[in-house]
Design a protein around this ligand. Structure first.
Ligand code: 0RA
Length: 348
């Protein structure tokens, strides 16, 4: 037998690597990209992603981000609240599992019990590991629950600290201060957070999500909600240009993965021509920009060329012997936003 090989059957789709958070503190860049300003902001996005996933599941309508005077960040959402019950296999609350166990892929995360919080991303436990302190409040079952962590470790027990004003109120509040012993010393930027939250509001517009940000250091505040979704995104991108038709073309469909029918996707496309010559295209997969494009972009481009040329042929706009315009010609002055996202998974 080859060394390292075992006789046990190895089922790749069942693997879930559960590790302690020391791994994250040892090599932060492995989990958040870098320890500089980008990585610092990535921590906020990681927490926001969990709230956005609640919105994707149809349970959250508002995400509020606060930049506090003490350098901490608060993310509040009106989702179902992180479960506070005993976890079926770990000997602690689900909340503690979500906050203290690193989930590195595997079906466990995404099916029967969504403990990684995020459908995507690395999970909130990574932010906890890199925080000097992190405080969670859960609003659920008429109670307000609270637990505090320090450098990823439990500092207080999960406790009920009061009753919610409205017994039906649900939500989660996560407040954290980065640990500048492991992160390079940087300030959070209002403009960086504001722009990402605005982008998420366009991308989540079809789900009716509102995202707000308040900077308590300067009292600046902004709230974003775009019921027009990607139409509004393209309108925004063409703001400084001269559109050649008033209405933004918008197509939205939900579909299933061809390789795994239990996975449901939403595909959204918005486009509008302006009188310029450049192609201006932004693509996203699961709310993350794909600057290198991919099959989603290639598929859109070829479909656009085919559709326009078919139309031109059937309406005698191109003669039988004429060479049809190429894709590049048909994309001159075109602004497009394309977004593909997983919106659900059948629980097995
Ligand atoms: C696991 C399961 C459920 C919700 C969440 C996690 C959840 C996590 C976060 C993190 C930030 N905000 C969140 N909101 C929800 C479903 C719980 C249920 O079935 O009630």
């Amino acid at each position: 037998m080859i060394e390292g090989q075992t006789t046990e059957t190895y089922s790749a789709d069942k693997i879930t690597v559960l590790k302690g958070l020391e791994a994250v503190r040892k090599r932060p860049a492995m989990y958040i990209g870098d320890t500089g300003s980008r990585g610092l902001h990535h921590c906020v996005y990681e927490v926001v992603d969990n709230s956005v996933d609640e919105a994707l599941a149809g349970h959250c309508s508002h995400v509020r981000v606060s930049m506090n005077v003490d350098g901490s960040i608060t993310v509040y959402d009106d989702g179902r609240g992180i479960p506070v019950d005993m976890h079926p296999t770990e000997k602690k609350s689900s909340l503690e599992v979500v906050l203290t166990i690193l989930h590195a892929g595997g079906k466990f995360d995404k099916s029967s019990y969504k403990v990684s919080g995020g459908l995507h991303g690395v999970g909130i436990s990574v932010v906890n590991a890199l925080a000097e302190w992190l405080e969670v409040k859960v609003f659920r079952d008429g109670n307000i629950y609270k637990q505090i962590f320090k450098q990823g470790e439990k500092a207080t027990e999960l406790e009920v600290i009061g009753k919610t004003e409205d017994p039906s109120e649900t939500g989660t509040m996560v407040r954290f201060k980065p640990d500048f012993g492991v992160m390079e010393l940087n300030d959070f930027s209002y403009d960086v957070l504001r722009k990402r939250l605005r982008e998420l509001a366009y991308l989540m517009g079809s789900k009716g999500l509102t995202l707000s940000v308040t900077d308590h250091r300067t009292d600046k505040s902004e709230s974003y909600c775009f019921p027009g979704a990607l139409r509004d995104f393209v309108g925004h991108l063409n703001q400084t240009k001269n559109p050649v038709h008033e209405d933004v073309i918008y197509i939205s469909k939900t579909t299933h993965s061809p390789t795994d029918p239990s996975v449901e996707y939403e595909v959204e496309i918005a486009l509008q021509y302006n009188d310029g010559y450049n192609e201006n295209v932004y693509t996203f997969v699961n709310n993350i920009g794909t600057t290198e494009g991919g099959t989603h972009l290639a598929g859109f481009r070829s479909a656009l060329t085919r559709t326009l040329n078919n139309y031109a042929r059937t309406h005698n706009l191109i003669k039988a012997k004429e060479t049809p315009p190429g894709g590049d010609d048909l994309r001159e002055g075109l602004t497009t936003v394309l977004s593909v996202k997983e919106i659900g998974r059948a629980h097995v």
